[in-house]
Design a protein around this ligand. Structure first.
Ligand code: C2O
Ligand code: CU
Ligand code: CU
Length: 519
């Protein structure tokens, strides 16, 4: 009986195998097709396709008053609003003293400042002063939550070199969303005692350039969905500068200074200028995160990961048009992660239109600022930070755990390794650091000035040197973290306190922070 049954079952089994084979082929084919589709749409280019038809919005300079104690006081209200981006219908957004983004704060080195921050967004949030040297309780990190309807009133003395800093929310787990909705702005520090001849007329020859990528739904609302396979989180298809889509700026002077800020959640830009024939137009890099470079550095490109800034000076001839374009950044990863992290994207950002007659500009000085002078041999401690998965040194962010205890007045070496195959960067609160080396090599000119945020390529190591001065507080931590906001929110952040010897704080202890909301 076995033979006939075998004869009967063989075709059936054969059909089953065939059916499975077909199913497998179809599934593999569909997966391959999907992957191929994702691969092909993952590379975007808008080069030459943006019709720069809207004048670049310039965030107003924030008004301030001098109070009885001589402090410069700013008022910031975090609010919800609706913004007309020119999409045919308004978009629900958040902003500071307006519907989207916020005013530019400006203060001088040596001044006491105070900021009255009112939270009217209907959710708890915070406001952090990125790049500012200040006491940790004034820092606006995750421990300084402002309740809905609440007011937070930090104050501190500005004491650091002239620089382009910025502010943004910093609540644990939702920074990406709050920044994406529109809470961010610039904070410029001037130093009248050390002011080389650079363009300095705000909004005329000294332009804030806050670059963000967004996506919009069909009905004009902000879409924060991550693209397929993105290892870094949100990447948008539309570039906004200061909240303007397709912006142009009229240039009326021979040179113009652009203060570039990457205020995007995850996108890494490699900025360059092109003329209408697509030829590269050189610029001069004059500043990075924490201040001016020792000397101007002529160049063609400057790459900025989220949180980083660069100040460049562009020379123009009468009637000339230039486009600020982001070229495919060098992320230093494998081809797969590069592509899905935006590494193959080319994006037009801003058009500069020179008038037919240009007012004369000062020639660039040869020296701009003292070079950072921290020396490796002065470091009393070397700390290592390994970025991997959603963790630093194997641990996800815990608000109730102090990760590092730093002695006030000391210099330290921080060695940061990206142990992943995907992009990360590294930001430290309170200090500006100096890059000692990148993968063992001396830093390039764009990393030779003061920095507070630095890109760390997959598999690479950066060594940073920094000095912790002025502010010790055993109960209130500063943060260090990856500034790709999805990574930060999902745990790639840690806390350090700066203490005096007698404070006796141990790593691993609970900060026991006295949350400083209300006023
Ligand atoms: Cu721009 Cu910890 O932040
Ligand atoms: Cu910061
Ligand atoms: Cu990261």
């Amino acid at each position: 009986m076995s033979a006939p049954s075998r004869i009967r079952t063989t075709p059936r089994r054969g059909r089953r195998i065939l059916a499975w084979a077909v199913a497998v082929v179809v599934l593999v084919g569909a997966a391959a097709a999907l992957a191929a589709l994702a691969w092909s749409v993952a590379a975007r280019t808008t080069a030459g396709q943006v019709d720069f038809s809207r004048p670049l919005a310039i965030p107003p300079l924030a008004e301030s008053t001098i109070d009885a104690d001589g402090r410069r006081v700013f008022d910031l209200r975090l609010q919800t609003g609706r913004t007309d981006f020119g999409l045919g219908r308004p978009t629900d957004t958040w902003g500071v003293n307006g519907p989207y983004l916020g005013p530019t704060l400006r203060a001088q080195r040596g001044e006491q400042v105070a900021v009255r921050v009112t939270n009217d967004v209907g959710e708890s949030t915070t406001l952090h002063w990125h790049g500012m040297h200040l006491p940790p309780s004034m820092d606006g990190g995750p421990h300084q939550m402002i309740e809905p309807g609440g007011i937070w009133f930090p104050s501190w003395q500005v004491d650091q070199p002239a620089a382009t800093l910025w502010y943004h929310p910093h609540l644990h787990g939702e920074t990406a969303e709050h920044v994406y909705r529109g809470l961010a702005g610039m904070f410029l520090i001037d130093d009248p005692d050390a002011a080389p001849a650079l363009p300095r007329n705000y909004g005329v020859d000294d332009l804030p350039v806050i670059v963000q990528d967004k996506s919009f739904t069909d009905d004009g609302q902000l879409d924060d969905g991550d693209p397929l396979f993105s290892p870094t989180g949100f990447l948008g298809d539309t570039i906004l500068v200061n909240g303007t889509i397709g912006p142009y700026a009229e240039v009326t002077t021979e040179t113009v200074r652009l203060r570039l800020l990457n205020a995007s959640n995850a996108r890494i830009y490699d900025f360059g200028l092109v003329d209408p024939d697509g030829r590269a137009h050189d610029f001069v890099l004059v500043g990075t995160d924490g201040g001016l470079l020792p000397a101007p550095v002529p160049g063609e490109r400057v790459q900025l990961s989220p949180g980083e800034r660069a100040e460049i000076v562009v020379s123009m001839t009468p009637g000339q048009d230039l486009v600020l374009r982001s070229f495919p950044p060098d992320l230093g990863g494998d081809f797969f992660s590069e592509r899905f992290a935006g590494g193959d994207d080319t994006l037009d950002v801003l058009q500069l239109r020179a008038a037919d007659t240009l007012a004369p500009s000062p020639a660039l000085p040869h020296r701009l600022a003292p070079a950072p002078d921290l020396r490796e041999e002065d470091a009393v401690t070397t700390r290592t930070f390994r970025l991997s998965g959603t963790a630093i040194n194997g641990q996800d962010m815990d608000m109730n755990r102090i990760d590092e205890v730093v002695r006030l007045g000391t210099t330290e070496l921080w060695e940061v390794t990206n142990a992943d195959g995907i992009p990360h960067n590294f930001h430290v609160h309170d200090v500006q650091f100096q890059v000692v080396d990148v993968a063992g090599a001396a830093p390039p000119p764009e990393l030779s000035g003061w920095k507070d945020t630095v890109y760390v390529a997959p598999g690479s190591v950066v060594r940073l040197i920094m000095r912790f001065t002025d502010y010790a507080d055993p109960e209130s931590p500063y943060m260090f973290h990856c500034h790709l906001l999805r990574h930060e929110d999902s745990g790639m952040m840690g806390q350090f306190v700066v203490v005096r010897p007698e404070d006796g704080v141990e790593p691993g202890s609970d900060p026991d922070v006295h949350a400083s909301h209300g006023s």
